[in-house]
Design a protein around this ligand. Sequence first.
Ligand SMILES: Cc1cc2nc3c(=O)[nH]c(=O)nc-3n(C[C@H](O)[C@H](O)[C@H](O)COP(=O)(O)O)c2cc1C
Length: 355
Amino acid sequence: MLAGPAGLLQTVALDAETGTRPMPLPELLKGRLRLPVIGAPMFLVSGPELVIAQCRAGIVGSFPALNARPQDVLEEWLAQIEDALAQHDAAHPERPAAPFAVNQIVHGSNERLEHDMAVCLKHRVPIIITSLRPPNPDVVAAAHSYGGLVFHDVISLRHAEKALEGGVDGLILVCAGAGGHAGPLSPFALLPEVRRIFDGTVILSGAITTGRAVLAATALGADLAYMGTRFIATEESRADPRYKQMVVDTTAKDIVYTPMFSGVHGNYLKPSIAAAGLDPDNLPVPDKTKADYKTNRRSRPAAWRDIWGAGQGVGSIDSILPVAACVDCIEAEYRAALDALGAVAGPFATRAAAE
Ligand SMILES: Cc1cc2nc3c(=O)[nH]c(=O)nc-3n(C[C@H](O)[C@H](O)[C@H](O)COP(=O)(O)O)c2cc1C
């Protein structure tokens, strides 16, 4: 029962025979992924090396356009990625690389947006991931003009509705526990609410650091999982080696959710806050009513550079691996979890057994 653009629904129609939703994976992704995973864009962490390795390994790789500095570097990075993926495809026609994505921060403060979108349009970047504000019609129209997709990240049903009104092709639900800026909602709450209005591509994020969690995300109704933190601890990530090691050494209790460093709530590693001379368990709450926000901003340590972002899933990350080995590991975890599902469901696996 389609009621609007981009698969906006009144109620989600299920297949009469199987009781499942039709698979809404866009054509661009069909047959191109080894696992239902997007490597999420991370400020200062994701560069072309990470993206190339992720796409070669069979998952979508992505980076924030703002990581390419100065802005002319964006075109160099895109050419580097395109060349590397074309070479991979020529050498391995039986397992072509996954498509890649560029993240655009849609916010008045991003003075590069117009330039960066023009470069993405020229290079026909397969997927544009927009964050912070819903994408303006120009961004969506530019991507659609060459058959590109726009996925937008949201933390609430209201944001999801606004993004769908803007004509995006998919929604990324940034749920509790996600690294970097994250919403407060449990995926068990937000995903079903979004599914009531949208049967298009839904991508889930928040502490998804294992193959088992990827499977769980799809069991909950997501089409793809969005994984950032797991890829900080890879050889190809641009994170400081101490940052990678901190991701390996920490567990969920070492993550703090605070608006202190960027003005927006996000998850950060407590040891990096302590290293910057602050008490992570007694952070001041920024007073938006009084604050001279810009002055405060200068006097606090810089988010991302000094204060390192990571999600609550850090406790499942045990080593720093090349991306190829990391994705092998995620696939092994995913398949093991799939095989074990029957046993996990136990007496509830079939209706007859439960009766
Ligand atoms: C260090 C770091 C930097 C991030 N930078 C960005 C960014 O520039 N743009 C963006 O849309 N999301 C950014 N994110 C959020 C991720 O894209 C994604 O939502 C998140 O990593 C998913 O949760 P997980 O880390 O628990 O897997 C960042 C996350 C981290 C950990």
